[in-house]
Design a protein around this ligand. Structure first.
Ligand SMILES: *Cc1c(COP(=O)(O)O)cnc(C)c1O
Length: 556
């Protein structure tokens, strides 16, 4: 019964609108279930009559696995010669969808549609959720936020203490994912994502002072906190989009990342992974990503998804470790403060989300290097772009902080037009001012501080000498800024965003100690590199992606 119209498709998208999206996977057969067996299970056929009663047209018809939602229910994609009032949905040119027992009865009696594909379950996404979780950027140029924040009560938060990381992750992430991914599959993805971390606690807390802790987020494969989200997001994308159809393009500023960072992007051997070194800075890369998302015809042609730090699903995965660290240190009975080395406001926005979900937090402290747009904004109420200065903490060399827009939306009471006005002003004049009310709301939750190059180096050296703990330059910025905000009564957690061995030259220069790579990463330093150097121009990057993406040609 294969229909050539569907032969190459993976998911047949039946509807996709602001009401949400639903689709059927039409190329995965449920091997252990025949139509006969299904009809018997549904009491449409008796056990012994099946062979006799099923008409030729449907005998031996495959049952497909349509997707993870409502797997008990049959969905029939069929030709338009069959229609049931009320329950048949016309999709387009001659294709309909019916999901009632009646159509199965009709098929069993030979009165069904001439052409039909039967699937159990469907793939579904709540309004905007598909884009939220997978694509990263909204079509209006804005960023996605969940409609409301799920709430965790005190008992639930207390119960996180001592639980395995993956179990807490499942509880925190589940309410956002809703029915789009069944719990058993979500749990399997989470378990797998965190099983590969080098520390059994996944994100352990290490005490470095009387009431100061480092939350080590760097035990994943690339030695930085981004692994916590990417290990899970990669699996979610494979799950939703299908691994065979995915091409990965990594954009980074040529010559502005460390050797270890570059090698992590240039040494994967999979032929669907492309490392693109752009002759520009990090903000140029970010602007090109945004430009591609806003170029709708390109975006649709290559089925673009983004996993940079503006992807909502990344932030979602990062909320988990705030709850884990908070509960470990006594939340909800005791407040905790966090200092977060940040540039794009992604990691710290996850902390704000945790607060919105019920975690009692004394303060979230923004720690920046000399590229201090965030610290300046909180101090002055004026968000003002300046030129980027390269530093020894390159992952924070940013002067356009994409996720800050999410905070603006939150503190403006989700007033989309006021956020748009500020963003328009930023685009036109390079700056905007935040009104009194929203600014006061920001300051109630956030503090800020900056750390220059000499202070960064001194903090690395001092912490090594005093605590025997080797910091990477990004985490050192957090430790420096945290010191100015500690009051001794509240535990201060500094997010350890990178392993010192990711930035060995800067760490050695500051402390005299050359940090060693974890054993499982040593091979990377001698492996062959593959990268493509491109001008930091939208056209050039789009052209490269279009000529190298399989999705661009294999799309239905
Ligand atoms: C990406 C990164 C940061 C900054 O993260 P934000 O998304 O800007 O909050 C800080 N430190 C390291 C090591 C990073 O890789």
């Amino acid at each position: 019964m294969a229909d050539s119209r569907f032969e190459h498709s993976v998911i047949y998208l039946c509807s996709h609108s602001d009401q949400g999206a639903m689709g059927l996977v039409v190329n995965q057969v449920a091997r252990h279930l025949s139509l006969e067996e299904l009809l018997i299970q549904l009491d449409i056929l008796n056990d012994d009559e099946s062979a006799i009663r099923l008409p030729d047209s449907v005998r031996g018809m495959n049952v497909h696995k349509g997707g993870p939602v409502e797997v008990e229910r049959g969905f029939v994609l069929h030709s338009d010669d069959f229609m049931l009032n009320q329950s048949t949905l016309t999709i387009d040119n001659g294709i309909c969808l019916t999901a009632t027992l009646e159509i199965l009865r009709a098929l069993a009696q030979g009165d069904g549609p001439e052409q039909a594909i039967l699937a159990l379950g469907y793939a579904g996404w709540a309004p905007g959720q598909l884009e939220n979780e997978i694509q990263g950027l909204a079509r209006d140029g804005g960023l996605y936020l969940p409609e409301s924040w799920p709430q965790f009560d005190a008992d639930t938060i207390a119960s996180f203490a001592g639980k395995p990381y993956a179990d807490v992750a499942l509880e925190v992430i589940r309410p956002f994912v809703g029915g789009a991914i069944p719990e058993t599959d979500l749990k399997a993805m989470i378990d797998e994502a965190y099983a590969g971390f080098r520390h059994p606690a996944v994100t352990p807390l290490v005490q470095t002072g009387a009431n100061t802790f480092i939350l080590e987020l760097f035990h994943g494969p690339t030695l930085a906190f981004k692994d916590v989200a990417m290990q899970l997001l990669g699996r979610m994308m494979d799950y939703v989009l299908g691994r065979e159809r995915t091409d990965i393009f990594v954009l980074y500023p040529d010559g502005r990342v460390s050797n270890v960072q570059r090698r992590q992007m240039t040494t994967p051997t999979e032929d669907n992974v492309h490392a693109l070194a752009l002759t520009g800075n990090f903000d140029d890369c970010q602007a090109i990503v945004k430009g591609m998302f806003n170029h709708f015809s390109f975006r649709d042609r290559v089925a673009l998804s983004g996993v940079n730090s503006i992807n909502w699903a990344r932030i979602l995965a990062q909320i988990v470790y705030y709850f884990v660290a908070g509960a470990t240190l006594g939340a909800p009975h005791r407040k905790v403060a966090f200092t977060v080395p940040t540039g794009n406001f992604g990691d710290i926005f996850a902390g704000y989300a945790a607060v919105k979900m019920g975690l009692p937090v004394e303060k979230l402290i923004v720690a920046t290097n000399v590229n201090d747009i965030l610290a300046r904004t909180l101090e002055t109420g004026r968000y003002e772009k300046r030129v980027v200065t390269p530093t020894i903490s390159p992952s924070m060399d940013i002067q356009v902080s994409s996720n800050f827009e999410r905070l603006l939306a939150e503190v403006s009471g989700r007033d989309g037009s006021s956020v748009r006005r500020m963003m328009d002003q930023l685009a036109q004049s390079g700056s905007f001012s935040i009104e009194e009310g929203p600014l006061a709301e920001m300051r109630a939750h956030f503090g800020a501080g900056r750390c220059d190059e000499a202070q960064t180096a001194a903090t690395i050296a001092g912490t090594w000498k005093e605590a025997g703990y080797l910091l990477d330059p990004h985490t050192a910025i957090g430790v420096h800024v945290a010191r100015n905000h500690e009051d001794g009564s509240v535990p201060m957690v500094v997010l350890g965003t990178a392993h010192p061995a990711k930035f060995p030259d800067a760490v050695e220069k500051a402390s005299g100690i050359r940090p060693e790579l974890p054993d499982n990463l040593k091979d990377m330093m001698t492996a062959e590199e593959r990268q493509q150097v491109l001008a930091a121009e939208l056209d050039e990057v789009e052209r490269f992606i279009e000529t190298h993406a399989r999705a661009a040609t294999a799309r239905v």
